[in-house]
Design a protein around this ligand. Sequence first.
Ligand code: NAP
Length: 280
Amino acid sequence: MKKIIVTGCNGQLGRAINKELAGNAELEFVNTDVGELDITNIDKVMALAREVKPYAIINCAAHTAVDACETDVDNAYRINAIGPRNLSIAATETGAKMIHVSTDYVFDGKGTRPYLEFDTPNPQGIYGASKLVGENMVKDFADRYFILRTAWLYGDGKNFAKTMLRLSETHDKVRVVNDQFGSPTSTKELAAAIAQLLFTENYGLFHATCEGSCHWAEFAQEIFRLAGKATQVEGISTAEYGAAAPRPAYSILENYMLKLTGGYQFADWHDAIEEYIKTL
Ligand SMILES: NC(=O)c1ccc[n+]([C@@H]2O[C@H](COP(=O)([O-])OP(=O)(O)OC[C@H]3O[C@@H](n4cnc5c(N)ncnc54)[C@H](OP(=O)(O)O)[C@@H]3O)[C@@H](O)[C@H]2O)c1
């Protein structure tokens, strides 16, 4: 029996990982969220890892509130950087594989073609900066790791698609930014990619997003179309929207490492969101 410690199990990705791997009788899950295992606490992380002796640790915990990170700086670094450091130290000591998830927001968005894993990050906000330190902590402290950079996630939890559908109940028109480009990605697709890597030695840093790209207003339009909503989308600029944290204008990732190594082929974002809307 292979034991898997999942952190942040109540989040979108934590739930999707459990669903994706539920049918695998070889696996036993030790599911934890902040109540059972606060990943910022090295002593608790080490104690659990020593007790469980996991095959792998899948870190789904993060401080994902991008705007809040700008003012909640210490917690952002604690959760997004020290947390993965602690888990990586525990993984190395117990011989476990370390699976960590990062973000397209490590890039500054000034690129003109999809970012490769070999491009140099340059985060613009605290969330992206803290996630980049987290990546480096994993590289420094884990012997055998998979880092998957993903983007614009939606699944079982709070996300953009659900916000749009909620707004459509009370609004005939919504204003959505149309000058930030990225790749909406379902947690189901990301969990499938993780499940495929998990039993391999294909270690390293991977971009892991659905194929294709759009801007947020286009994504909103597609959500309304698929859900049969008449709500109109008015495109506005990032400056007009005025969020607290800077966001990359262009953060399309090429899943280059997965392609080079014969790894998981992500669905096109249109197909993934269509499947998701049907499940709601
Ligand atoms: N969401 C996106 O659009 C997006 C985009 C790119 C990359 N990512 C990355 O993808 C990963 C999964 O994101 P997600 O959307 O599934 O996140 P999520 O839904 O926000 O879930 C994160 C989980 O971690 C928990 N958590 C927070 N602090 C913790 C701590 N100190 N110890 C243990 N658990 C803690 C949270 O609990 P509380 O809810 O109680 O805080 C929550 O259950 C993250 O690494 C994220 O950075 C996400």
